[in-house]
Design a protein around this ligand. Structure first.
Ligand SMILES: *[C@@H]1O[C@H](CO)[C@@H](O)[C@H](O)[C@H]1NC(C)=O
Ligand SMILES: *[C@@H]1O[C@H](CO)[C@@H](O)[C@H](O)[C@H]1NC(C)=O
Ligand SMILES: *[C@@H]1O[C@H](CO)[C@@H](O)[C@H](O)[C@H]1NC(C)=O
Ligand SMILES: *[C@@H]1O[C@H](CO)[C@@H](O)[C@H](O)[C@H]1NC(C)=O
Length: 478
């Protein structure tokens, strides 16, 4: 009886929430001095502000069961298009307070004494949401915009939002595992390893772009991602979607999803219609089968393992093989494996598989290498081993395993740094120093410029893995 009435109360509460969300009483402007805390309701989203068309709303978004983030959602679909994404999430409760005093501030004494997140702005008088989801702080009397959420994207770019190589903006997944960045003349996807190493697994180069000029990318309502010069707005290049040249179909967005792939959609007033996928081969995603996983094109869910672990494939470590305590490793060799993105990997021209393996063996930042017999090329993996894909036998893989790694390892061999040809060592040392320098600088640059500087919510968590199945006996499927 009691539970029935509780259920009824719950349903009524849900209805009330639904009704509140659709209610025109949600303000279209927040004036300086405003404060709010999430209610004790079970709402998935509690709006504080809406745009005048009522399509977008800004407010408290429930994350997992008891946490919240400031977010902007597309109300008809409840799709989030922006999140503040602080280092620590605030609690859904009255200890958490949103306030606007010219600066947007989120505090939560139960989490940390200092501010959880802030727009780091000053001098604002009111807050409003534009009809394309841009949250802006305005200063009256000129109504000039002094801060906008469009400059601090989360995982999504909506149409009209500029994504510029002259800014620090990047798209990031909630677990901070994957990022989309824009640089001079390119857009690229990266997998991040604790903020120090990274893997570039997709890249679009604007070949006609001047290699010295900053560019910005912007989703166009007519169905493409346009690339333009920052200085004069002149068009350079585009990535067309399936909706290109079909008229104005609906509101478009581009989202970096948790699988590490980049997708575009438009809203047809009913659902989000998928119109673009950056990596069309599922096995081209580095997290598809987890660390030391093998993905089979055509059956990407049938993952097998390069090295078995206790649950799925061996979890890969972070770091490298440099330093006295890290030098011990064993090796696994596998023919008929490659990756989709060899063309953007660190590539060394070699004469033989043996030369390729030696190059990796002697470099303490190298975790593995792929050798192409046809191209006589050696592709270096200077990051922990992730998913590779089954291929023709003309590719050979060489992968290092930490000596302390668990799992049943076939063909175990011990390797230590040992004297070899001086020239090879010199080359490897130069390569290593260059890489470490570039990685350190790149890592520093990126993290330094992030607004909420501290990275990683789930430190050290590897992507979800499929249980390993029978290995495929025919290595020549590609
Ligand atoms: C916050 O909530 C707790 C219980 O959930 C209640 O005891 C307390 O009075 C509330 N504080 C305020 C300021 O509303
Ligand atoms: C959104 O606002 C812009 C100008 O602020 C206007 O040109 C456009 O028509 C509006 N779109 C909708 C759907 O209201
Ligand atoms: C969606 O609704 C808007 C406003 O009612 C209308 O202008 C537009 O044509 C609709 N789009 C589609 C794809 O039905
Ligand atoms: C991994 O485990 C699977 C199933 O348990 C087994 O068939 C396979 O041979 C193992 N692979 C390696 C490399 O040990």
């Amino acid at each position: 009886m009691r539970s029935t009435s509780l259920f009824v109360c719950y349903m009524l509460a849900l209805l009330a929430v639904q009704w509140t969300a659709a209610d025109s009483n949600i303000p279209t402007r927040i004036i300086k001095g405003f404060k709010a805390s999430p209610s004790r309701g079970s709402a998935q989203f509690e709006p504080l502000l809406t745009d005048i068309t009522g399509v977008f709303a800004f407010g408290f978004l429930h994350i997992s069961s008891a946490k919240l983030d400031l977010a902007i959602i597309h109300q008809p679909s409840t799709q989030q298009v922006w999140r503040a994404n602080p280092f620590n999430l605030a609690n859904w409760g009255n200890s958490t307070t949103f306030s606007f005093n010219g600066n947007i501030v989120l505090t939560g004494e139960s989490i940390q004494d200092s501010t959880i997140w802030s727009s780091k702005s000053a001098g604002g008088d009111y807050l409003a949401l534009s009809n394309n989801s841009n949250l802006q702080i305005y200063a009256s009397p000129a109504d000039s915009s002094i801060w906008q959420s469009f400059d601090y994207p989360f995982d999504t770019l909506v149409q009209g939002q500029k994504f510029s190589s002259a800014s620090t903006a990047s798209l990031v997944t909630a677990d901070k595992r994957y990022t989309l960045r824009i640089g001079i003349a390119y857009l690229a996807l990266f997998m991040e390893f604790h903020g120090s190493q990274e893997m570039n697994y997709w890249k679009h180069t604007a070949i006609k772009a001047n290699a010295l000029k900053d560019i910005y990318a912007q989703v166009d309502p007519s169905g493409f991602l346009g690339i333009y010069y920052v200085s004069d707005g002149i068009y350079v290049d585009r990535i067309p979607f399936d909706s290109f040249e079909r008229g104005l179909l609906g509101f478009h967005r581009l989202t970096l999803e948790s699988d590490g792939n980049l997708y575009a959609y438009y809203w047809n007033n009913d659902t989000w219609v998928s119109v673009y996928t950056a990596q069309t081969e599922p096995c081209g995603l580095p997290g598809k089968c987890g660390a030391y996983g093998i993905c089979i094109p055509g059956s990407p869910t049938q993952c097998t393992c390069l090295v078995n672990g206790t649950d799925g494939c061996l979890q890969s470590d972070s770091g490298d093989f440099c330093g006295i305590q890290n030098t011990g490793f064993s090796v696994i060799r596998q023919s008929g494996v490659t990756v989709e993105y060899t063309d953007i990997m660190e590539t060394i021209a070699v004469g033989s598989l043996d030369e390729c393996e030696k190059t990796c063996e002697q470099s303490c930042v190298c975790w593995g290498a792929l050798y192409s017999n046809a191209a006589k090329s050696c592709y270096i993996m200077d990051y922990p081993i992730q998913t590779v894909e089954k291929s023709g036998a003309s590719y050979n893989g060489y992968f290092k395993l930490r000596s302390n790694g668990q799992g049943t390892v076939a063909h175990k061999e011990k390797h230590r740094h040992k004297p070899g040809h001086r020239a090879v060592i010199a080359v490897v040392v130069i390569f290593t120093l260059t890489f470490v320098g570039m990685a350190a600088y790149g890592g520093y640059w990126w993290w330094d410029k992030k607004r909420n500087s501290l990275p990683i919510i789930q430190l050290g968590s590897a992507p979800k893995q499929q249980p390993s199945l029978e290995p495929n006996k025919d290595p020549d499927t590609k």
